[in-house]
Design a protein around this ligand. Structure first.
Ligand code: GLY
Length: 400
């Protein structure tokens, strides 16, 4: 009798399209992956005839009616390969393995790039996922070399990794909140090599960022400029946000994800507490819409007549699934479910449209009037990662 009841309950959940019944989850991962894979198949077709002159290798956005690719040096170059790895991870279909290998291989030279802090995004999302999923030792070597290249950007006096080399007239030693995401590559390199120097750099960067990037309300500045000789902070401002004192939506999501990951890697409670406080800032913000997809900046006075940033929501959802595992009794998992449900409902591109990206309505760089209310590849990456994470347990995070 008990078995019949359990079967009937499971059947009811299936009829409602609920795939992870044990957690009351409302996201049908299989259905969303089916759609996403079809969309990416169209994109792969489009890539066969796309203009790749000038070393364009990886899709970034669909803007002003144009499908836009980037070269390997672009900070977003690793996301498409990462998406292909997610499909392979989920389906184990050799077709996705082949595509993931092809698009990952295109980025090989970037392991030696010392001119950017974005190697975490570029190499960890591509080669890092590839290594995690296949154990290919060639990928392992690339991850380690990339961590060495990234480490050259660390200044011990300031205690942080330099983000940008451009706009030298404006900043001396700029560090942006986004840089928290690149630390995962360093933690991985210590795990792979036993060399703790990568770990120490990551921890130093995370600690200085808590002190210098975070405000009393747990929102974050975008850019903090350091004096590399003394380590003193010169100025705090923004590049992509509404104003120096505003809370740029994606920056808050990078911090939430970054400190959740730092807690996983170090078990240092202060990172967990900060991540929880960042979540509190985001979800108690009066400008956050009911669907939990934020406007591009929490302080844009034009709200609600201003664009959303679906990428910030996707990054936050992915972070929240992990943070929920470290925060028993929290509602983070329900929040992540709500975000995904709303992205699925109202933010998805119709099949074979919008450059064949998955999510609509992200905002890249509004002050520069660039990539406003468009699909962007990193929104798709973190959306798919969030779908996968919705099924993950604490054990699945070990070593990643
Ligand atoms: N890391 C650059 C951005 O989030 O736009």
């Amino acid at each position: 009798m008990k078995n019949i009841k359990i079967q009937a309950f499971a059947l009811t959940l299936m009829l409602y399209g609920i795939s992870s019944a044990a957690f009351g989850q409302k996201v049908n991962v299989q259905q969303q992956f089916n759609y996403a894979e079809q969309q990416t198949n169209y994109m792969l077709d489009e890539l066969k005839t796309a203009d790749t002159a000038g070393g364009l290798v990886s899709p970034r956005t669909f803007e002003n009616g144009k499908f836009k690719l980037v070269n390997t040096k672009d900070w977003t170059s690793g996301f498409f390969a990462g998406i292909l790895w997610f499909y392979y991870d989920y389906t184990r279909d050799a077709k996705w393995l082949k595509q993931a290998q092809i698009y990952t291989a295109k980025l090989t030279a970037e392991q030696f790039d010392k001119g950017t802090h974005d190697l975490g995004f570029m190499i960890y999302c591509s080669f890092g996922n590839g290594y995690r999923i296949t154990g290919d030792t060639n990928y392992r070597k690339v991850v380690i070399q990339a961590a060495k290249s990234l480490s050259t950007r660390f200044n011990a006096k300031a205690g942080v990794i330099r983000s940008w080399d451009h706009n030298k007239d404006k900043w001396t030693y700029p560090v942006i909140i986004d840089n928290m995401m690149n630390l995962e590559l360093l933690f991985e390199a210590t795990r792979l090599t036993g060399d703790s120097s990568f770990y120490k750099i990551a921890v130093s960067h995370a600690n200085h960022t808590i002190i210098n990037h975070y405000r009393a309300d747990y929102s974050s500045y975008h850019v903090v400029d350091y004096n590399p000789e003394t380590g003193a902070v010169i100025q705090k401002n923004t590049a992509q946000g509404y104003s120096d004192e505003s809370a740029w939506a994606r920056g808050q999501a990078w911090g939430l994800y970054g400190y959740t990951m730092c807690y996983r890697e170090t078990h240092d409670k202060k990172y967990l507490i900060l991540a929880q406080n960042i979540a509190k800032f985001i979800f108690s913000n009066p400008t956050l819409p009911k669907d939990l997809i934020p406007y591009w900046d929490y302080n844009d006075p034009a709200i609600p007549n201003t664009p959303h940033d679906a990428s910030a929501a996707a990054i936050a959802a992915s972070a929240l699934y992990e943070l929920a595992l470290y925060s028993p009794g929290s509602d983070y998992r329900e929040k992540a479910n709500t975000i995904l449900a709303n992205l699925n409902k109202s933010y998805k591109a119709p099949l074979n449209s919008n450059g064949d990206f998955i999510l609509l309505h992200s905002t890249g760089h509004k002050p520069a009037k660039s990539e406003i209310d468009v699909p962007i590849i990193y929104a798709d990456y973190y959306y798919l990662e969030a779908l996968l994470r919705s099924k993950m347990t604490i054990k699945d995070y070990a070593g990643r």
